[in-house]
Design a protein around this ligand. Sequence first.
Ligand code: FES
Length: 104
Amino acid sequence: MARTPAELAGANSGAPFEITMDGRPVPALPGQSVAAALWSAGILAWRTTRTTGRPRGAFCGIGQCYDCLATINGEPNRRACLVPARPGDAITTQEGHGHARIGV
Ligand code: FES
């Protein structure tokens, strides 16, 4: 019988909670980054590039590449790999530089 990584490490992650991605419910665990929660739900891209509109998600996972920029609770350009997921967080797809709604 296969065991999960959490079981192998003896981890007790606490009670799951919910965040949303473009309004879709996404389960998350205490201690998970926003990027980890999205990945766990099978969501691999949450922004588009400025010039060509190509999809991007997490790449380095350590806060260096900025590929994972997301709009979190209305604030654009947050690095999803560094932001801890919190109950009720609303993640929305970020297009371009993330300031389209203010016309910058
Ligand atoms: S994945 Fe590289 S900065 Fe977040």
